[in-house]
Design a protein. Structure first.
Length: 476
């Protein structure tokens, strides 16, 4: 059995001399490495029943590098979860590791609240330079607690403060986080069932889900019907909705099943919200920093939001979130939003390195090319597999909707979701060295989010493993 060696700890005074004796007298302490089952059993013994990923991905991770992770049983996997999209450059990328080491060597504090440092200044400069110039020139930034959900909460507080209104317009299929307010904006019903008193005055609108059109029309006529419905609602004095403080949306819905909004639909949404003075919040927590083939998903349509919510990849894999918004909305008072860990210096250093690397190496374009390659492979698999209902996505944010072709289809000829088969495919992928996630309606969409550094060979491996997993799962 392989053994891990832990070196003894030593504390030092400021002059470099030992302050105390070593905390552990022995030269080294040897701990016998255990397998996956050992750590999974321990986890189930002390971690809450709310844990989710280990139930479908029963592994304990030993180490990771690039697009690969190794488990405690010595198996290697291609990681197409990548921290739910947070690891834009994969695991332990040299530029990120070096940025963290340099920051540690410089003696910068780990946390600074909202006090500024050169590290923070460089991060803001890098972030703003990654945004469209017209947006960045008018922007202000608020750093939030380390999660995207906290940034969503801040964005909602911002627009309510600036407008004096209370209603928020959200969309079917949306995912904005699991904190109390963010959950109120989220479409999935399951997490809400046992939580009362969620954010009031949230009103859900039909998102242009082309495969499962909410109007049973499909195609362009379907998403144009969505626009017509929304515009009429906004002008209807009997709609039951008070003038909105904001509309919030994802340009590509992630947890909702990887559903890209048509560019023309987004342009029309921007037109109607601007005309009526409704701030538009775009949640790019998962799509930002090159994921969809552009630096930001909203750029595909050529629009500009009033408020942009960012997290995940902006911290280079470390916890960080922020809200970037038009300066005219900057009407809140000092302390209106705060958080102890909003000054995470290591995350800002790692984020700066990531932003610069993505920009310099045009990883947004690489994501587009790799995404097109993978979707072509997946659509080829789909040809003789009616269980694959739809393959869709943008860049390296791809969804494969799994359906049951035995049950009756809907009015558009679309078969019902098949969560059971999607789970089998996920399990068979894991057995063959591929980590994928599930999402969408009834958890029937296999989601693929590899790091942006994935190569053509690795893309082809992903396709090969997925094809075999589908074949075995259908036969089973």
């Amino acid at each position: 059995m392989e053994q891990e060696v832990i070196q003894p700890e030593m504390s030092y005074a400021f002059d470099g001399e030992p302050l105390l004796q070593p905390f552990i007298d022995e030269e080294t302490v040897v701990i016998e490495a255990q397998g996956n089952d050992y750590y999974l059993d321990r986890q189930s013994g002390f971690e809450s029943s709310a844990r989710s990923y280990p139930r479908r991905l029963p592994i304990a991770i030993r180490r990771a590098e690039g697009v690969f992770v190794d488990d405690m049983d010595g198996r290697r996997y291609i990681d197409c979860l990548a921290g739910a999209g947070a690891l834009a450059l994969g695991h332990h990328h040299p530029v990120v590791v070096e940025a963290i080491r340099r920051t540690l060597a410089d003696g910068v504090p780990f946390q600074t609240l909202d006090l500024t440092t050169p590290v923070k200044d460089r991060f803001v400069e890098a972030l703003f330079s990654s945004l469209p110039k017209a947006f960045a020139d008018q922007a202000r930034i608020q750093f939030c607690g380390p999660s995207g959900a906290d940034a969503i909460e801040a964005a909602v507080k911002l627009v309510k403060t600036a407008t004096g209104r209370r209603s928020i317009l959200a969309f079917h299929g949306a995912y904005h986080g699991m904190t109390h307010g963010a959950l109120g904006l989220t479409g999935e019903i399951g997490p809400k069932l046992h939580v009362s008193g969620l954010m009031p005055d949230v009103h859900f609108l039909p998102f242009p889900y082309l495969y499962r059109c909410p109007f049973s029309l499909g195609g362009e006529v379907g998403w144009r019907s969505s626009l017509a419905y929304i515009e009429r609602l906004l002008d209807d004095s009997n709609s039951g909705i008070t003038p909105p403080a904001a509309m919030i949306l994802e340009a590509v819905q992630g947890e909702g099943g990887v559903i890209p909004a048509p560019d023309e639909w987004l342009r029309e949404i921007r037109r109607m919200t601007r005309k009526r003075g409704i701030p538009l919040i775009i949640d790019e927590v998962q799509t930002g920093i090159g994921r969809t083939g552009r630096m930001y998903a909203f750029e595909h349509s050529g629009i500009q939001p009033d408020v942009l919510v960012l997290s995940k990849a902006i911290g280079g894999g470390l916890p960080l979130s922020a809200v970037v918004y038009h300066k005219e909305l900057d009407r809140w008072q000092p302390g209106a939003h705060a958080g102890t860990f909003r000054g995470n210096q290591l995350a800002m250093a790692a984020g700066t390195a990531t932003l610069q690397y993505v920009k310099e190496h045009r990883l947004d374009l690489h994501a587009h090319e790799m995404g097109e390659r993978l979707m072509a492979i997946l659509r080829n698999i789909q040809k003789d597999k009616p269980q694959i209902g739809d393959v869709r996505g943008r860049g390296l944010m791809i969804g494969i909707e799994i359906v049951n072709p035995v049950d009756p289809p809907d009015a558009l000829g679309v078969y019902p979701p098949n969560r059971k088969l999607a789970c089998r495919i996920q399990t068979e992928c894991l057995k063959r060295g591929l980590i994928v996630e599930l999402g969408g309606r009834q958890g029937s969409v296999v989601r693929v989010l590899p790091p942006l550094i994935v190569t053509t060979d690795e893309i082809d491996q992903i396709g090969t493993i997925f094809a075999e997993a589908v074949r075995v799962s259908i036969v089973t």
